[in-house]
Write a protein that binds this ligand. Structure first.
Ligand code: 6PG
Length: 469
């Protein structure tokens, strides 16, 4: 790159990404709001033999002043107000031709607005989704870039150098303008939420339905990770379930309060889907499950009032594996449905096959299935639906009876499986030629004279309930 590189924000992600950049041979200026962390980072870089090309500064102002123009400054700070305040501070220090890269989990609407504001000042703005946690940032994250093609041209060599590789191809690309990169990262996180929830539900059925202990379930996930479910999340689940708490000697999962946190990206995905007249119901289920989980006192009361015990379920590992595979395909497919709705609304040309490829390595949702999905996008998609792509549809046709059996058994046994049940609800809807929204339309017309379309195509028709006798 011709630009001088700078990075602001030496927290976990920023430090790891900085070491990655230095390791790939680029010079890097760094600074941090809290000055103490700068020295710590310099020592860390030196310890790894990466201190030579590192230029630390005590303040953002000093860093910018030390950087010859044109500059490209990566921000790795919490989204929302911290990013807003930093841009307010940074923009006046920069000159036309300089670039700001927001590499956090920002709301894509903020990114769209900031892109316009920065371009008005002659600056270049990039909203870049970065996935893969600390390890990814250090050794190769997946990166979803949003911005102008010129902006991408200016940073492409660095981004491709530090990205994860899949068969030698970098898992980073320019996927659209302004907010597109952050939107795609948001949807990635929505899929991440859904996949995590599906895995947790299958764990629950093995644990509380089949009465297995965490370590043995961990072995099952470890085995699944060598087959169709090959993925980062299944891999770490296998490892987590086999881990022991050092303090008590109990399985590590058993000492953790079952109350899930969330920072917002899963919720944004569900909200955007609904706002656009869609529904990613697996993401909704995952967000709901996390939200409900935090009502620990209410759940304790509920357990006492509705004291029906959770009953054993009789399901094979193969059936559960199939349910997880099909649930995972549906959650990816729902993610891509939202991407295409957003692409239409915001006039983005998103390459879906390329998006799936960018997710094949480095990110949290990386999985063997994404390679099949990338291929599926390059084949004929009946009605534009990923779930109807021949390769995926054939996997799903085999798996559907197993998903059905798992959902029935779980419900009969009183096990909460909101995501698995949502996948089945979606699939059964999508394979029902004549559903029951005729009745919904009749009800709307009955109480509100809303009108309906008759089967013969005539619009704005009303039912006999409006005929005056
Ligand atoms: C990733 C992760 C990362 C982060 C999310 C998790 O792709 O590397 O998604 O961005 O872990 O913020 O979100 P929650 O805290 O909402 O689970």
């Amino acid at each position: 790159t011709s630009a001088t590189l700078g990075l602001y924000g030496l927290g976990t992600m920023g430090s790891a990404l900085s070491l990655n950049i230095l390791e790939k041979g680029f010079a890097l200026h760094v600074t941090n709001r809290e000055v103490g962390m700068i020295g710590d980072f310099v020592r860390e870089a030196q310890a790894e033999g990466l201190g030579d090309r590192l230029h630390p500064a005590d303040t953002l102002q000093d860093m910018v002043a030390a950087m010859p123009a044109p500059r490209a400054i990566i921000l790795l700070i919490p989204s929302g107000k911290p990013v807003e305040d930093t841009i307010d501070l940074l923009a006046p220090m920069l000159a036309p031709g300089d670039t700001i890269i927001d590499a956090g989990n920002s709301d894509f609407r903020d990114t769209r607005r900031r892109t316009r504001q920065m371009e008005d000042r002659g600056l270049t703005y990039i909203g870049m989704g970065v996935s893969g946690g600390e390890n990814g940032a250090r050794h190769g994250p997946s990166m979803m870039v949003g911005g102008s093609p010129q902006a991408w041209g200016g940073i492409r060599d660095v981004i491709e150098a530090i990205a994860a590789k899949f068969d030698g191809s970098p898992c980073a690309d320019h996927l659209g303008p302004d907010g597109a990169g952050h939107f795609i990262k948001t949807v990635h996180n929505g899929i991440e939420y859904a996949d995590m929830q599906l895995i947790a539900e299958v764990y629950g059925l093995l644990r509380y339905g089949a009465g297995r202990d965490p370590a043995s379930i961990g072995e099952t996930f470890e085995r699944w990770n060598t087959g169709r479910l090959d993925s980062y999340l299944v891999e770490i689940t296998g490892e987590i379930l086999q881990a022991t708490d050092t303090e008590t000697g109990k399985p590590a999962v058993d000492v953790i309060l079952d109350s899930a946190g969330q920072k917002g990206t899963g919720r944004w995905t569900a909200i955007e889907a609904i706002r656009m007249g869609h529904s990613a119901n697996l993401v909704e289920a995952a967000v709901a499950a996390r939200a409900w989980s935090t009502d620990t006192a209410a759940r304790r009361a509920g357990a006492a009032i509705f004291d029906e015990p959770r009953r054993p379920v009789d399901l094979t590992e193969d059936e559960l594996e199939a349910a997880l595979v099909i649930g995972r395909i549906v959650s990816y497919a729902q993610g891509f449905r939202i991407l295409s709705a957003a692409a239409a609304e915001f006039d983005w040309q998103i390459d879906y096959a390329r998006t799936a490829e960018v997710w094949r390595a480095g990110c949290i949702i990386r999985s063997a299935l994404l390679d099949d999905i990338a291929t599926a996008f390059r084949e004929d998609l009946p009605e534009g639906e990923l779930i109807f792509a021949p390769t995926l549809a054939s996997i799903m046709k085999d798996a559907l009876p197993h998903l059905r059996k798992v959902v029935c058994a779980a419900h009969t046994g009183g096990h909460a499986i909101p995501a698995l049940a949502s996948a089945l609800g979606f699939l059964d809807t999508m394979r029902t030629e004549r559903g029951t929204t005729d009745l919904i339309q009749a009800q709307r017309d009955f109480f509100g004279y809303h009108g309906f379309v008759r089967m013969d195509g005539r619009e704005n028709q009303h039912g006999p309930w409006w005929d005056v006798a």
